[in-house]
Design a protein around this ligand. Structure first.
Ligand SMILES: [Zn+2]
Length: 326
């Protein structure tokens, strides 16, 4: 239903729906009862409008991680900011409706000019603010496939949603395939592509001196992750990306997940070990001939649900995702 709408009417739909809209739980990935897949499907095509409406008034929380590096958390994916006289670098852009509050939060930290906005991957809750932040002076950097995917309509089957192509100003202007290195505001940064994991567009950003690592959505801290099977995501890719990130992180590295609270290497290791354990259980069920339905009914996530079924995905929904992407 969203196909063919232009960005403006799309945005107005979000704002107009604001009064009555209730934020779907996946936006904040809060602790609490997990919605069933049926509930998520029912939110379906209204998901984007609801997310934008909810983001309109959600405050941005700023946490200092290093002299000039901050974690910004509001609606959508976690953001990071490096400030300095050479210009501000922002990682991820939340929702279009959050842009004024993002700019306020940045402005509260000084008067440095806008410089670069880096997208960790193509998903809407990390890139919808691109257009507004580009208008505020940021040049957008991302993996080349992020630009490709944002340039065309993308369907997210699990949510029954088709996202329209982003307008030209929202597209990354500078893209790379494997890695990009930058020296900026007294620090050096690595931007490195993961093999397909959560999507086929994921990168990490590592600030060496600050020792801050933004992992995007290859890390959901404390909850089952969404894996976008329609755009290259798989459980094996998530586990591989986790191993790669564990090799990059030191014991005191501050690790920013795409969703959830700031994490440590120990948190990332727990997440990785949970993914590997669920993968092994689902794989042995599949190898013994179980259908997806039968495998899910055997509850391969049972021992983990109390700790991890706190975000957008229940154990059963996550088990289905794992089974399908083995
Ligand atoms: Zn994502």
């Amino acid at each position: 239903m969203l196909e063919g709408m232009n960005r403006r009417s799309f945005l107005e739909l979000g704002v107009a729906a604001g009064a009555a809209a209730v934020a779907p739980r996946w936006i904040k990935a809060q602790a609490g009862p997990t919605p069933s897949l049926a509930e998520m499907k029912a939110q379906g095509s209204g998901m984007v409008a609801q997310a934008r409406a909810a983001a309109l008034n959600m405050p941005i929380k700023t946490t200092k991680l290093y002299n000039n590096v901050y974690l910004l958390q509001g609606a959508g994916g976690n953001m990071a900011l490096q400030t300095g006289p050479e210009g501000n670098i922002l990682i991820d852009s939340s929702f279009a409706t959050a842009v004024p509050r993002i700019l306020e939060a940045i402005g509260a930290l000084g008067k440095n000019p806008a410089d670069a906005l880096i997208n960790t991957h193509w998903h809407f809750d990390h890139t919808d603010g691109n257009q507004g932040l580009h208008a505020a002076g940021f040049t957008i950097f991302a993996h080349s496939k992020t630009r490709e995917r944002l340039s065309t309509a993308q369907t997210m089957k699990m949510f029954h949603t088709t996202l329209p192509p982003a307008p030209p100003e929202a597209l990354p202007a500078i893209t790379f395939d494997d890695a990009l290195h930058a020296w900026h505001n007294g620090d050096s940064l690595d931007l490195v592509h993961f093999d397909p994991a959560h999507t086929d567009t994921d990168i990490y950003i590592h600030f060496h001196k600050a020792d801050v690592l933004h992992l995007g959505d290859i890390f959901f801290n404390g909850m089952y992750p969404f894996i976008d099977e329609g755009t290259g995501g798989s459980i094996g890719g998530m586990i591989g990306a986790g191993e790669r990130a564990l090799a990059v992180a030191g014991e005191s590295t501050k690790i920013i997940p795409g969703h959830g609270p700031l994490g440590s290497k120990a948190d990332l290791r727990r997440f990785h070990d949970m993914l590997a354990a669920v993968r092994d259980k689902a794989a042995s069920l599949k190898a013994s001939g179980a259908s997806e339905e039968e495998a899910v009914a055997k509850k391969p996530t049972a021992e983990f649900d109390a700790a991890w079924a706190k975000g957008m995905l229940s154990g059963d929904v996550f088990a289905g995702l794992v089974y399908r992407t083995l």
